[in-house]
Design a protein around this ligand. Sequence first.
Ligand code: 8X3
Length: 278
Amino acid sequence: MISATLRNDPGNSGRRPGDAAVERCPTRSLGAVGAGVAVVTGASSGIGAATVRRLSSEGFEVVAAARRMDRLQDLAGETGCLPVAVDVTDQAAVDALRESLSACRILVNNAGGAFGLAPIAEADDDDWRRMYDVNVLGTMRMTRALLPLLVASGDGVVVNVTSTAGHGVYEGGAGYNAAKYAQRAMTEALRLELCGQPVRVTEIAPGMVRTEEFSLVRFDGDQERADAVYAGVPGVLVADDIADCIVWTVTRPWNVNIDSMIVRPRAQAANHKVHREH
Ligand code: 8X3
């Protein structure tokens, strides 16, 4: 079992009046308290890392899950989070994470990404498979694994980080659009399936957010193409803007479910409608 020093303050954790108070104690097994354990996937950079920082500073006990342990170790040094090497496309790795936890109240399914911008006529099977595996199946694997703990917490929250690509299509986006529409559909189905159980289900759909890796990964390391995506856009969002929204949704009272939040920079009125200053 993973151990940790709790810095938990239940604060506005959504616990109902009369619920057992969360005991403060210097050390105990991670998850033994339950109310404050948050698992974030794709935590090694971008929105995931920013969410780990914000949740940690709000007093959550954060498990930072990603493939790249070296980056997670740096984040752990900075925030006190617990770094865990997990590839969400690997069921065995997800199972191992599940086995290491005794409780979980928040799950942020952030691991995802776009690979390529090819039109359907030139679609690459491998890119499409990877996008479906990480965005859709990854979210399913993590949710399926942690749902019993989220229910048992008495006030669980699942946050699926989708995209505006799941709310409108664009040329060259079909593989990513399909994955993000699917992830959005899963979010809505999950909320229906859990109705009556103590778990809230939220979708956060970011638009144009400049992170160090999203566009670089999409364009296979082509920095010039990646930079062009954000060129001249005033006030393009950064990862922390989305982390702020995620943390706001999970710190609402227990009965307040934020179904969906679309977050764009002011300069992006729609996927295709972007104001640029040159
Ligand atoms: C990122 C938004 O416009 O690149 O998920 O699809 S977009």
